[in-house]
Unconditional design. Sequence first.
Length: 354
Amino acid sequence: MAEESFQERTEEATPRRLEEARKKGQVAKSRELPSVAVLMAGLMTLFWGSDFFYRHFQGLFEFYLSNLRFSLSVDNMPTLFWLMLTQYLWFLGPFLFILFAVAFFANYLQIGLFFSTEALAPKFSKLNPFEGIKRLFSLSSWVELLKAILKVVIVGWVAFSIIAKELPRITPLLDQSPGQILLYTGNISFDIFWKSCLVMMFLAAMDYLFQRWEWQRSLKMTKQEVKEEYKQTEGDPQVKARIRSIQREMARRRMMQAVPEADVVITNPTHLAVALKYETGKMPAPMVVAKGAGVIAEKIKELASKHSVPVIENKPVAQALYKLVEVGQSIPESLYHAVAEILAYVYRLKNKRP
């Protein structure tokens, strides 16, 4: 572990590391994107539905002002409360639903369908003052400060430039009706908010790219961590090599046990040895029960001689059988004729009917 602490995090996060981080609530997410999206959705909804909201607000004011003669009491308070609540929800409900849908969709585009309770769990490390100071002067904190300053500057600059351009038209408003003044103020406000949102949308996109870069950087791993994770998921390479070695040894032993039951051993003559067995009526074709090269070939020939299994030298057939046929498989049709001649010769030696 001491060695890991001095290693640089140069390796990209593995799929397992990314999945574990996601379970802990560590995802690449910008808070600016949903905020700007909700602001723009609310602005557009109010702009296109301004007539709808105006008529309903006017109707509510006329209703309540015309009923001021009724005195409030304990008996009629609940009825009045529910009446006001239903009337306000009737025209504010669609507006709130649109804002909720836009906020949900903006978050979904960033992280998909995701919910984690681990991020809500209390962590005592957050109470550490040294960790708090470290976070205060971290790169993320400086970026957040820069975003706050930029938002103030952007909104102030857009508002100042628009109002400065509209100054000659503001003074004549004193001679206009309240309705005309309200309409003009609404248009100017919409212009300020809309242009500010466009610039802030660009700022939000830059923030998302930064948050993604910061997220990927925080999940980078050292070479040792990658090795340890590979051991946990795929197994220790040394252990796997040992298992494969044991499996090969067991297969070799089973193969050697089948040599005494073979009908013939075909050799190269020195480098290769292939043991064949054929049972009439039980096998469609002769089967390779053992094969080997080098030391294993010598061992096969020793066992064959010990158990009186004929050893026939045939270099082309031995090489073809060694390359084309695995242990436990029947020989291919292309070798039927050559192997049949060898078996016929062996059967004649044994006085056995072919």
